[in-house]
Design a protein around this ligand. Structure first.
Ligand code: SF4
Length: 199
């Protein structure tokens, strides 16, 4: 590590950047190097609307009969990691804390994509670093069918997040554009298509 690396503030990426990187390594380049204002896709707008209704408008909720408390929209930021995120909510039943992420769509039919899995690993890592609470799983709540899935987060996933943060920092510092995704089907759904075009 150089002296310069010790003193300069770290770029803060978000857990959403980790998800985007998992989808296509090139996507964070447009946001962090070109500073492009990308229009959110219809799918993203729908997800935002659901989050607004189920989480963002809330702060604390108590379910007296189950003695469960929910703490919404917890902002966590670690300068050491160079990572920040807003956790949808924590559920506390007097004994254990469960980290919950709300998703649109129907749970039973949903595959867990790599980018989303890494985003959940980023949440787990942030909770461990900022709150000193070990996290080995994240509960996914699907809004459309109210189903749940417990996602196991292993050490490898957290280490991958740290590696991705390093690569993102290098990408921004060197202004190097990563190659396009090897799966061109992903481009049809991508909000960066107009400025990317896989060139
Ligand atoms: S258009 Fe395709 S290659 Fe370009 S950023 Fe989007 S997914 Fe990646």
């Amino acid at each position: 590590m150089t002296v310069w690396e010790c003193v300069r503030p770290r770029i803060i990426f978000t857990a959403e950047d980790i998800r985007q990187y998992g989808y296509c390594k090139r996507k964070p380049y447009f946001r962090h190097v070109l500073k492009a204002r990308l229009q959110p896709s219809i799918k993203m707008l729908r997800g935002e609307k659901i989050h607004q209704k189920t989480c963002r408008a809330k702060s604390i909720e108590k379910e007296e009969n189950r003695e469960v408390s929910r703490y919404y929209n917890i902002y966590l930021c670690s300068e050491a990691l160079g990572l920040a995120a807003i956790i949808d909510y924590f559920e506390y039943d007097g004994e254990k804390i469960t980290l919950v992420d709300v998703k649109s769509g129907a749970g039973a039919s949903k595959n867990i994509y790599e980018g989303y899995y890494l985003q959940m690993a980023a949440y787990a890592l942030l909770v461990e670093v900022c709150l000193d609470i070990p996290v080995k799983s994240v509960l996914i709540r699907y809004e459309d069918d109210k189903k749940e899935k417990l996602l196991q987060i292993d050490f490898k996933a957290k280490a991958t997040v740290i590696q991705i943060l390093k690569r993102l920092r290098e990408m921004v510092e060197n202004e190097t554009i990563p190659p396009p995704t090897s799966n061109p089907k992903k481009c049809t759904d991508c909000e960066a298509w107009k400025i990317c075009r896989r060139c």
